[in-house]
Design a protein around this ligand. Sequence first.
Ligand code: ATP
Ligand code: MG
Length: 571
Amino acid sequence: MRFSKFFMPTLKETPADAEVISHQLMLRAGYIRKLAAGVFTWLPMGLKVLHKAEAIVRQEMNLAGCLEVSMPMAQPAELWQESGRWTFYGKELLRFKDRHGNDYCLGPTHEEVITDIVRREVRSYRDLPLNFYQIQNKFRDEVRPRFGIMRAREFLMKDGYSFDADDEASADSYWRMHEAYQSVFRRLGLDFKVVEADSGAIGGSFSHEFMVLAQTGEDTVVSCDACSYAANAEKAEFALPPLPSAQEAKESGGGFEAVSTPDCRTIAEVAAFMGLPPSAFAKTLIYLADGRPVAAVLRGDRALNEIRFKNFLGAAELVLAAPAAIAQLTGGPHGFSGPLGLDIPVYADWELRLAGSWVVGANQADLHLQGVDLRRDGPKIEWSSLRLAAEGDRCPRCGAALGFARGIEVGHIFRLGTKYSASLGALYLDPKGQSRPVVMGCYGIGVSRIIAAAIEQGHDENGIILPPSLAPFTVVVTPMALEGEVWEKALTIYQQLLELGVEAALDDRDLRPGVKFKDSELVGIPLRLLVGSKGLEKGQVEIKERRSGKVSWVEAGQAADFALQFQSRPC
Ligand code: ATP
Ligand code: MG
């Protein structure tokens, strides 16, 4: 590609509305432009990078035996009504009507459509297993689109679905995808961790997320360096310290007393008012679990693990109660809820059994209770481990200290069991002639999010740094003049590169060399071949590696070979 014929609107200034480095650099490098909130156009330079990620994903899926299909983005409501998700999916599902008044949605994922294909086409166990995938734009009307293409509303996803005769075969399909995903992310040169994720109703170890480690990640990765344990925040377990003996627990003795806490609604406010640390408090959160009120009680400085709590209750939906409902259920205003005297089920975090004196809300305005021993004062309380893991917690497997890092979820694999095949009637006949629902798995990769994640991990003050497997070009040939011997040599090397199959660009724009250098660094081209008269006097060209900044010289005749070697190096 000759840059004089290319479209590369690079920017010097950092765009004000881009918060994270990947978003800033993708705008500056002319990779993307925003059309609306969370909706972007990919410009030629960015699209090259996106296509390279897509090609690696496609190759690895094909190698793993998956079959590519392309399903429609617009999907009729009927299918979603059959699966029950038309009402359940919520506002992320963008719904619209066609000219005949029929309800449609834009596909945020395609379980319904692919299951519809299978229920129509698959008859017998002989037709199984099947594993389909597509690489296609998804639309999710995200509540807070942000960080550019990292959390977009329209984005490119690889979604795959496996169909097997039984659980055992489905597990094989799952683990094959687990392998294939690791190959994908390794080839993309990403520093990633595979973490256990919540597998909902299916249970077991059949949900994993693939996390690219980066400060700007929206997810928390909990892991143990001493063994291989790694999980996302919701799934992460931790070793529970031993409970005090019954005797010790009894000895807490005494009783509790009321303390006036005017206008102190939050833990921070009441802690400051009473001069106690937040860890001296037990906070009470009122939730509706499938509409049924429940209270969760945990230490003031802890966060509730909502997924674990929801699973523990066996609820499909868990939402915080609104202030009006709280007032009605507890008799006190929002901010003063406490576990004593409530008429609803109360679940307390296991940790609150470790000590016998807590400050809790009194279910009355401007009042707290001090010296509460939940073991003594809350006989109906049910105990369970309800909080998220935190600094200082220990590994559930080996007891070493757990580490916490930020991660960007770039892939997710999940066992679905017969959730969709049962509701949509995707059945097959087993060898005995019995009709059974097919057993499914689903597998997603955020292809466009990968680009942002790779840039979060690969950049410096001059711009984007990508491995050749993702870079828009492997090498740019930069001539110091656009005429004479320098130009002729640059052209020859450029042509040699193309003949060898190296992804090469020729920066033949009539611009100062400094501007060209800046651009090639900004857009993330891993190698620059500089052709100048000084080097050519010795028959050499200068090579600069983007990542290390290392400069070396090669014979002009060897330059193309050097770039070819570079391009074929594994990440
Ligand atoms: P998240 O928790 O980040 O919203 P998700 O659990 O909703 O992700 P999945 O439904 O598992 O995501 O989708 C598969 C993959 O698609 C994710 O692992 C992620 O890489 C990507 N993805 C999901 N939502 C977005 C988005 N809004 N923008 C870009 N990529 C996304
Ligand atoms: Mg999501």
